[in-house]
Design a protein around this ligand. Structure first.
Ligand SMILES: [Cu+2]
Length: 94
């Protein structure tokens, strides 16, 4: 799957209106470029910095990051964008 940087406008799209129920979602990302023990920490921090992200588990061995987030606040493209901006391009795993 090709990875492309996604413009900030997409990420900034208005999400559900105020009354909507928050839904907790979990996504698994494939993360590139993790080469040492510090890399997963940087990836984890980049994801946790996205508003709405509640929990992150990064595995260097599996080249993956699992993030749990409130889908009225965060989006998968926003998560992909966050790790990519930090130097670790990612894509949703299917
Ligand atoms: Cu590293």
């Amino acid at each position: 799957m090709m990875i492309r940087l996604i413009g900030a406008t997409l990420v900034a799209l208005p999400l559900a209106s105020g009354g909507a129920l928050a839904a907790e979602r979990t996504v698994r990302l494939t993360v590139e470029n993790m080469t040492c023990a510090t890399c997963p920490i940087v990836v984890e921090r980049s994801l946790k910095a996205v508003p709405g992200v509640d929990d992150v588990t990064v595995s260097m061995a599996e080249k993956s990051a699992i993030a749990t987030f409130d889908d009225t606040k965060a989006t998968v493209p926003a998560l992909v964008d966050a790790t990519t901006q930090a130097g670790f391009p990612s894509a949703q795993q299917r």
